[in-house]
Design a protein around this ligand. Structure first.
Ligand SMILES: Nc1ncnc2c1ncn2[C@@H]1O[C@H](COP(=O)(O)OP(=O)(O)OP(=O)(O)O)[C@@H](O)[C@H]1O
Ligand SMILES: [Mg+2]
Length: 257
């Protein structure tokens, strides 16, 4: 598959500028500013409710900023109309916990759902599904199975294949590997790193597992109560935690070993 890396000097695919977002009185994101760099894996970690999923929803326009702006592929998301939002979402691959595979569609149709929407030819779509299955390390026999006939790890792989179907330059992943056992999870993490090395999409990867955040991220964003607690490469997070909060997060790993 072609290399998806942008040319050097490409602008950040995602820019948050001083974003405040709230569902009620309390801000969920508070003066949140961030540039996600082209081709990087940015892992986002923080306690439940700190605003991780909300930050992701701001990227694809499922949530709106009260103030500040979110710019994706050079377009200000808050200023887009419904059709432009749909067009933007079609340029983004999603992998979400529990996957959200369509239960009544086969693996083939699940994977090529977006392509079928784009009216791809049947044989072309089958070939594409097969090549995507190969990409995520699944056997061709699985093509005609339904999601209920797959293991949790296989489902996650299908979810990843679907997200990659149209070679997106941006992947949004929200705790994608949370529901599988440790060994399967490690396999999926290796798979993702391999795919990233080959295809170089930008990946916004939310996790509540600090081990996963440090292992996968080119940079790690530690969030706390809607704010950025620390942003930096894994080694910096580990060796120079900016606060007791970050130190406590990384300490949980050290205690495990
Ligand atoms: N649609 C909504 N309506 C009202 N409040 C919401 C809504 N979605 C999220 N919230 C609240 O906003 C806060 C942040 O939620 P968010 O989903 O961004 O957290 P998170 O960091 O992804 O947490 P988790 O790790 O549990 O997934 C939480 O207090 C949550 O209850
Ligand atoms: Mg969440």
């Amino acid at each position: 598959m072609k290399n998806l890396a942008g040319a050097a000097g490409e602008p950040p695919p995602i820019i948050f500028r001083e974003v405040t977002a709230a569902y009620g009185a309390e801000p969920v994101l508070d003066s949140f500013s961030l540039e996600v760099l082209p081709g990087e894996i940015l892992t986002v970690i923080g306690h439940s409710g700190c605003g991780k999923t909300t930050s992701l929803k701001l990227i694809n326009g499922l949530a709106r900023a009260q103030s500040g702006s979110v710019t994706v592929f050079g377009q200000e998301v808050g200023a887009l109309g419904p059709k432009q939002l749909i067009a933007l979402r079609r340029r983004i691959g999603y992998v979400i916990q529990g996957v959200g595979l369509f239960p009544h569609l086969t693996v083939w149709k699940n994977i090529t759902y977006v392509l079928d929407l784009l009216r791809e030819e049947r044989e072309q779509s089958r070939q594409k599904a097969l090549s995507l299955l190969g990409l995520v390390g699944l056997e061709p026999e699985l093509l005609r199975r339904f999601p209920r006939e797959l293991s949790g790890g296989q489902r996650q792989r299908v979810g990843l294949a679907r997200a990659l179907a149209f070679s997106p330059r941006l992947l949004l992943m929200d705790e994608p590997f949370g529901a599988v056992d440790g060994i399967t999870r490690a396999q999926l993490q290796r798979l993702l790193l391999g795919l990233h090395r080959d295809l170089r999409p930008t990946i916004y990867f939310i996790t509540h597992d600090i081990g996963e955040a440090l292992a996968l991220g080119d940079r790690v964003l530690v969030m706390r109560r809607g704010r950025i607690e620390q942003l930096g490469p894994p080694a910096e997070i580990r060796e120079r935690p900016a606060s007791d909060y970050v130190r406590q997060l990384t300490d949980t790993i050290i205690y495990k070993k």
